[in-house]
Design a protein around this ligand. Sequence first.
Ligand SMILES: [Zn+2]
Ligand SMILES: [Zn+2]
Length: 325
Amino acid sequence: MTLNASPDEKQKTARPVVLERHCSVRRTVEIVLDSWSFLILRESFFGVKRFDKFQTRLGIPRQTLSNRLSKLVENGILSTGTRPNERGKQYFFTARGKDLFPTMLSLMEFGDKWLAGDELPPLQLTHKRCGKECRPITVCSECKTPVNAWDVAHRDGPGAGYSPPELRKSTRRNSDPKLLQRVRPCSVARSLSIIGDRWSFLILREGWFGVRRFDEMRENLGIATNILTDRLNHLVETGVLRKVPYNAAGDRYEYRFTKMGIDLYKPMLAMMAWGDRWLSDGNPPLKLRHKACGQDFHAQVVCSECLEPIDASATTHRLRYTLDE
Ligand SMILES: [Zn+2]
Ligand SMILES: [Zn+2]
């Protein structure tokens, strides 16, 4: 996808305003950008399976926990069951849920690189298959080289189109930075608080489509002026976007990605790959081509040492912090 496409390159399909582009990333984001849902999923990856354990570890109100767990079960991310010789109901990942692990790792790759400050990443992974300590890296599924935002061309896939937007009325930020910092230092949580909420994410997505100016964003997204201003300020403050004057007088600005912002493209692609696999009925809205190798691809999260894909059962981890239980 080219980030500085001219206006006529950008829009191959006429876009009816107030309808929302079909997008696998957005579908994924709706799930992981809810702070509580994310925290529940993260603790599940750390092995938590019981209601009471989620509750004590996260300090989450029972009713909220109950709602979020039901929602995750409804969305097919978690399932409930019992185990022989173990008392009570437990929550397990479904295949779909387990497959969120690479997305989490891609967000971790970003957070480790940009948001850990002077500290070492909070979590050190070891890849069981090659036995080495590793970092997750997001690469092209075909040539296994890291994907760079400038190097991706996109075109409409079989699931392309527009639908009436869902959840349009919600204006609050559903990813709450304070909430996300609960329990443990976490690069994924840090990345999510950078992405912010659904609106911020939609603004970023417009950016990937080459949209840089306030008025065009407002028109494309049907977003209220004050919300757009607020979210753009947030994205500039967190260092994802920078404001650059585009007229001679220097009083009109456009919003461009910083280096850090460009890197956010990788977790976006990982989210898209997940959404394509699980939520698009085999009809991805967008097809991606990696210009570097000339092939259609999806994002894959692999071990930095052996370049094999990392799934949920393939790693062990060491914490660089202590967890208060
Ligand atoms: Zn490639
Ligand atoms: Zn490896």
